[in-house]
Ligand binder design. Structure first.
Ligand SMILES: Nc1ncnc2c1ncn2[C@@H]1O[C@H](COP(=O)(O)OP(=O)(O)OP(=O)(O)O)[C@@H](O)[C@H]1O
Ligand SMILES: O=P(O)(O)OC[C@H]1O[C@](O)(CO)[C@@H](O)[C@@H]1O
Ligand SMILES: [Mg+2]
Length: 388
């Protein structure tokens, strides 16, 4: 019987536990399961949870719960720690390692595999994808992204109405999304825009340096046409000739955030209007009120398929989503070599979507789910009363 250890790493999502549940469902009868708590740190420190029926039931009970129920976290997984992780896998006679995560997680998984080879230990490894940023290579998209994108599309639409109500008091809001160096999430802010008047009126992506004149001109146009402006910026945006705003560094990883405040102050000073910066914050990746039904479904199915592949001996691959050419949306699940995933690096929003957001929204719409909200126009024209 295979002894499979499974863990979660990196930022959690609203559906990462659905992937875990799908995986566990498909292997629980045929494998011994060990759960790794706290991502790669848990491997090094042997934070293992024996998968008896009570623990398995608890994991399955978490299927629709946001956050990573095993705890994921970030941890400096340097070479010495990787060697230590392999020693603990050997010690517990774990022959298969499965991690659910993003690009960093996949890179770490392959490193563990190579280190096991160096130590003369055969270890089967398989990756299951997740990331809200959608910057993971080798797959059309990753579970977690669509729900976060839906949350942002809905929030932007709703905040348009909120700001429109208040335009005699404040005129511009700058909403900051996640995404690191990839603009998938920020661009999603406009997916549900129905009217010219509705925001976002400007979206700043990390793939394109932000030009001050273009920003001011677009905001001015929105102010003169509608009396208010919604600007959406990705946390990774930088000014032309500028650099990303880092809150601080943790273990060499830059913690982004804060560019919305700088942009908001700039607009306020230049245009003499009242502005406000809003960080959409961690809620984007935990928001179960905005779950995309297809995201939830795919997250679970990818986990299930991964379980089947483990039993069939697939090694050094990640379970990926392929999109079949069709009128609307058909997905297929296929294996992609971990090496290929890593070689792709950070998957940015492609140029053909940056220059044609309509095409991006066509690609995105099936992932968000069909039940998009529709609101009446922001205002009715004033009735002209005739004099008697
Ligand atoms: N290059 C690397 N070498 C060794 N270990 C790594 C590497 N990159 C990441 N890891 C390990 O994998 C963990 C998860 O990676 P990371 O924090 O980059 O998140 P991720 O999997 O990319 O997901 P997300 O970016 O969506 O939060 C890290 O905390 C670290 O323990
Ligand atoms: O501050 P941290 O830990 O890098 O976490 C936030 C990051 O995690 C992510 O949410 C991905 O999970 C990114 O969008 C964001 O940059
Ligand atoms: Mg990542």
């Amino acid at each position: 019987m295979k002894h499979v250890a499974v863990g979660q790493a990196g930022g959690p999502t609203a559906v990462i536990n659905a992937t875990l549940a799908g995986f566990v469902e498909s292997v629980k009868e045929q494998c011994q399961l060990t759960f790794v708590e706290g991502g790669y740190q848990g491997l090094v420190e042997e934070n293992f949870l024996y998968g008896d029926s009570e623990v398995i039931d608890w994991v399955l009970d978490n299927q629709s719960v946001p956050g990573a129920c095993l705890q994921s976290g970030r941890y400096p997984f340097h070479d010495e720690a990787i060697a230590e992780a392999v020693r603990s896998l050997k010690k517990h006679q774990i022959d298969t390692l499965v991690f659910i995560g993003g690009n960093g997680t996949m890179e770490a998984l392959l490193k563990v595999k190579k280190e096991a080879e160096c130590q003369g230990y055969f270890l089967q490894v398989l990756g299951l994808p997740k990331t809200v940023d959608n910057d993971l290579g080798g797959t059309d998209h990753a579970p977690g992204f669509a729900s976060a994108a839906r949350s942002i599309a809905q929030t932007t639409k709703d905040l348009s109405r909120d700001l429109y109500s208040m335009k005699n008091f404040e005129q511009v809001r700058v909403l900051e999304t996640m995404g690191r160096n990839a603009g998938w999430l920020a661009a999603a802010a406009g997916a549900w825009r129905e009217y010219e008047e509705e925001g976002p009126h400007y979206i700043a992506l990390p793939e394109q340096p932000l030009n001050k004149d273009t920003l001011l001109r677009t905001v001015k146009e929105a102010l003169s046409s509608y009396g208010y402006a919604i600007v959406v910026v990705s946390e990774g945006v930088q000014w032309e000739q500028g650099s990303q705003i880092e809150l601080n560094q943790v273990d060499g990883r830059s913690i982004l955030g804060g560019i919305s405040k700088e942009i908001s102050e700039f607009i306020s000073e230049e245009l003499n209007v009242n502005t406000r910066a809003e960080l959409l914050g961690m809620n984007q990746r935990a928001d179960t009120s905005a779950l995309s039904p297809i995201d939830t479904y795919e997250a679970y199915q990818l986990g299930r398929e991964g379980g089947r592949w483990v039993l069939e001996g697939y090694d050094e691959v990640m379970v990926a989503v392929g999109r079949e050419a069709s009128n609307y949306y058909t997905m297929e699940i296929r294996p992609v070599k971990l090496e290929k995933v890593i070689a792709e690096g950070e998957r940015l929003l492609p140029a053909q979507f940056i220059t044609n957001l309509k095409a991006y929204y066509q690609w995105l719409t099936p992932l968000l789910g069909g039940d998009r909200p529709s609101y009446p126009p922001l205002s009715k024209r004033r009735v002209e009363y005739s004099e008697h």
